[in-house]
Design a protein around this ligand. Sequence first.
Ligand SMILES: Cc1cc2nc3c(=O)[nH]c(=O)nc-3n(C[C@H](O)[C@H](O)[C@H](O)COP(=O)(O)O)c2cc1C
Length: 320
Amino acid sequence: MGDGPMNAQTFDPFEPYDYRHGSVVAGLRWKNPVGTASGTFKLDACGEYYDVSQLGAISTKGVSPVPWEGNPTPRTAESPSGMVNAVGLQNPGVDHYLLDELPKLKALDALVVTNVAGHSDEDYAQVVAKLAQSEADMLEINVSCPNVTHGGMSVGTDPIALERLVRRLRGMTDKPMIVKLTPNVTDIAETARAAADGGADALSLINTLVGMRLDTRTGRPIIANVTGGVSGPAILPIALACVWKVRRALPDMPIIGIGGISSGRDALEFLYAGANAVEVGAAALVDPQAPVRVAHELEELLDRRPRLADALEKGQAWQQ
Ligand SMILES: Cc1cc2nc3c(=O)[nH]c(=O)nc-3n(C[C@H](O)[C@H](O)[C@H](O)COP(=O)(O)O)c2cc1C
């Protein structure tokens, strides 16, 4: 289908806009199928570039039980069509989040997906216990963090441990619970099924892939943590294949597609692969308005695809 050039430059990121195409994700309606990806949105920074209520959802930086300082610097390195980061989940902790960022986001009428981080199963439980009575609309459990309960491996790489953790958290809250999957596994369909068996209402995928860069003058790793997570356009085909695979394994599970999205067409590709919605990450570090631009571009593309738009409104995914 010829979609022609996008009309991207005409939108006003602060002007209220009546989106025509929403998406129902785990029973909650997003006004459009585009959200921010965790760790690439901060209200103080992004609020200067667009009205946050213009997006389908805002996924926050990972929230931990106590403040975390993150990893030593340098924490980032450039890579071909992407970047490597080892920020280490720096954040001021759940109590600060509940007093500061969450009320501010809700006052701005954002649909808030609170991303939950933990270095142990107990960490996750403590954060979810505090969020259970909060104004957060959805929880997104980041199971890619190194986890001491699992010998330093992320819980998202072990289906048995993952199902156990998700079941424990499921019992603590009625809020829609998204489990964010890591691609650093042999078969992502297996961990997807484990999260579903534990009671996940939706899955988001993918988190970053393990990668590194070295400084050829010194022969040493550029990032102090040695390895980090690769994100950006370079990972888009990998993320699409993961969404496709998980959609085939779990035909009815709501899926949020993430990985290298920087245009409405990229987002559309994820919807055709079987995602119900998408999140935009690293693109916003290059172009802060990227998530809103992607939403506007996708809006036009969905105008010409009524069958897909209709499925998303009904909480369904594209059937190949
Ligand atoms: C600087 C940075 C920080 C991130 N922090 C988090 C985080 O706190 N929690 C999380 O679940 N994912 C985090 N991610 C992963 C992104 O949300 C996303 O899954 C990944 O970057 C792939 O999408 P992208 O290619 O659009 O960036 C982070 C990514 C970046 C680049």
